[in-house]
Design a protein around this ligand. Sequence first.
Ligand code: ATP
Length: 253
Amino acid sequence: MLQLKQVSKAFHNGTKALSSVDLTVQKGELVILLGHNGSGKSTLLRTVGGLESLSSGEIFLDGRSISQANGKELRQLQKEMGNVFQKFNLIPNISVFQNVLFGALGRHPSVITTFHPFAKKELRESAMHCLERVGLGHLASRRADQLSGGQQQRVAIARMLIQEPTVVLADEPIASLDPKAGIEVMNLLIEVAQEQGLTLICTLHQLDLALTYGNRFVGLNNGKIVLDELKTNQTVHSFDRLYYEQKEILTHV
Ligand SMILES: Nc1ncnc2c1ncn2[C@@H]1O[C@H](COP(=O)(O)OP(=O)(O)OP(=O)(O)O)[C@@H](O)[C@H]1O
């Protein structure tokens, strides 16, 4: 379980990106974070991921504080949280297979044992299994920069899977993709999250896709939570209402 308690974040330039955010996400929930540009979505994900300090408040993963953790504790917590970014962040001039192995560094923290040509058989099998899971086993030896955007994001998902996280933080994972590739990647992300019981927090700008994929919707405006709804039969109607009556608080679609 992930818990944000009265989380606020102000940057040095005075921008208040998050204000008194309270949010509890249960294991296995698929939360879609909505909000217009600058509403605080990325900052929220970065604070949960321990990449950004808090101005006040506290964040817990299964009762352990992320925001108060020391270096070693934070690295342990970060191993349990996988990231998928808008920019795929692959290493361009090495193979797809080696990019996936990079995700295992959290579990096998020695670069030598991870990347040695005779890296542990179990680790190599695991990387191949993750690549096959995202439908790219046949491209294992190809250079990462020779893949399409959709394929690169699949590799990023395989790299996240080998890490064996319990929580996945996905920041606009399909924003760089064309609509068809974007839907394929979202389908994959949701499938693997459901298969493995992962908790997913994903920012999206498209309300229609949010409704398709989320089972809970959290809306941010000016760093504050202004919407928190579970998906029910009524959700579509409530979104219609929110969209037409208060669309400025959600997303410009
Ligand atoms: N490192 C930083 N230094 C100063 N201000 C920042 C920094 N990062 C973000 N901000 C500001 O904090 C606010 C929230 O930004 P954030 O990136 O979290 O929004 P967002 O909802 O993810 O936006 P987008 O949809 O455009 O990605 C914005 O006003 C932004 O300009």
